[in-house]
Design a protein. Structure first.
Length: 216
């Protein structure tokens, strides 16, 4: 139950306060199951306290967004986050956002497998759209940089959202676009800066430098 809830939270699929209440009930049940074991076990005590703390925080939450964050960031004592290897990021954004792509590659190129469609596929290629779609199919995350309206970027977001792969969609943009209900509906998380977005990815997926991921 908790693992499914954490996965749903990661990809923005916590839906209503009814789901919120089901999650609390499920966590309460897991906590009671642990209490049936030897309470003198130090690890079990830590687990029970962790569950109780999580339940309290969820009950105090004022929004579904905060519940998502709590679940996504919750780990039991002794749990380890999965370390992702060669995480592939599709860099979506207007073709003329050269500085955006350059700064991402300089700062995060050693950690992430960055796919830049502007660099990889010629914009004059008649098969450009299909090649970009294939790259999105193969990616782990789509990051869209939106400072002005651009049809291509919006359609890449829509295409990613419609896939059956639950690819996270992260958008770096300003308040003007965050308030757009259509964009918000198709976005897992907004960021105000390039750094905050990519630092979040490195931390959330526990990414190692690419050279440290190579098979030996």
């Amino acid at each position: 139950m908790l693992n499914r809830s954490k996965q749903a939270a990661r990809y923005g699929h916590i839906w209503t306060w009814s789901d919120h209440n089901k999650i609390i009930a499920g966590i309460e049940e897991m906590k009671l199951q642990y209490k049936q074991h030897d309470i003198n076990n130090a690890h079990l005590k830590e687990v029970i306290l962790a569950y109780e703390s999580l339940i309290g925080k969820i009950q105090e939450s004022k929004s579904i967004t905060s519940v998502r964050t709590l679940l996504k960031d919750f780990y039991l004592p002794g749990d380890k986050k999965e370390v992702r290897k060669n995480l592939k990021i599709y860099l979506s954004g207007s073709a003329d956002e050269v500085d955006y792509r350059k700064s991402v590659k300089i700062a995060y190129g050693k950690y992430l497998n960055l796919f830049d469609p502007i660099e990889m596929n010629k914009q004059s290629d008649p098969d450009l759209v299909n090649k970009d779609k294939q790259a999105i199919d193969d990616c782990d995350i789509l990051v869209a940089y939106i400072r002005k309206f651009t049809c291509g970027t919006i359609m890449e977001i829509q295409y990613t959202y419609n896939l059956d792969k639950d690819i996270p969609i992260y958008v770096i943009t300003s308040d003007r676009f965050i308030k757009d209900i259509w964009l918000s509906h198709h976005t897992n998380r907004f960021f105000s800066s390039i750094r905050s977005c990519f630092d979040f990815i490195l931390d959330d997926f526990k990414v190692l430098p690419i050279e440290d991921n190579k098979e030996k």
